[in-house]
Design a protein around this ligand. Structure first.
Ligand SMILES: N[C@@H](CCC(=O)N[C@@H](CS)C(=O)NCC(=O)O)C(=O)O
Length: 205
């Protein structure tokens, strides 16, 4: 059985949604980031980087959402969570996930979750730098109606996590980001997403 280490509302929600969409057999293990559980020896033995998500599979541990998402899509082909017939399309999807994980996530994470929190001009500058990444998604990377085009993929759950953060923070103006706002609504209508939110005890936005 798969085991996902997660923290409510954090980026592991993307992997959680993918497991729900896949109809996978899995269990969840909470890592309390506020209490610093990610730095405990027990968790560092799972992921030495001290971050969630981590997915324990029968073959070993996988980390990094982009990788976990690709693994879930490939190991649950019947769920059709990626274009598994086209090597190019599959990797195009991973490119998108790579942008989210390597570029957008650190930028918006710094703006919203820096410890200690940013304030004043420093916060404004960080928010602006973060929202530049959402502009790239809204204007260029997002194909519609789903991230990669006509078909839902695991990349949609990943995009949703980050859109959820900025929507909750009042930063995703519907007039400036119509596609991303519509995507949030489309995601939150999916039963798998509703199950993941309910299990993590976090609200829709
Ligand atoms: N690129 C990694 C980022 C993982 C990451 O930074 N996770 C955050 C939660 S969103 C975390 O666990 N941070 C640990 C901490 O705050 O110390 C991924 O996508 O899996």
């Amino acid at each position: 059985m798969l085991k996902l280490y997660y923290s409510p509302g954090a980026c592991a929600l993307a992997s959680h949604i993918a497991l729900e969409e896949a109809g996978a057999q899995f269990e969840l293990q909470l890592v309390n980031l506020r209490e610093g559980q990610q730095k405990s020896p027990e968790f560092l033995a799972i992921n030495p980087a001290g971050s969630t998500p981590a997915l324990v599979t029968p073959e070993g541990v996988l980390t990094e959402n982009a990788v976990i998402l690709g693994y879930i899509a490939q190991t649950h082909p019947d769920a059709k969570l990626a274009d598994l017939d086209s090597r190019f399309n599959f990797h195009k999807m991973l490119s998108f996930c790579g942008f989210l994980g390597a570029s957008l996530h650190p930028a918006i994470g710094r703006a919203l979750f820096a410890r200690p929190p940013l304030e004043g001009e420093a916060k404004d500058a960080a928010v602006e730098a973060g929202m530049v990444k959402y502009r790239i998604v809204e204007d260029s990377l997002f194909k519609g109606p789903w991230a990669m085009g006509d078909h839902y993929t695991v990349a949609d759950g990943y995009l949703y996590v980050f859109c959820r953060w900025v929507k909750a923070a009042g930063l995703l103006d519907p007039e400036r980001f119509p596609k991303l706002n519509a995507h949030i609504a489309r995601m939150q209508a999916r039963p798998a997403v509703q199950r993941a939110l309910a299990t993590e005890g976090i609200p829709a936005v």
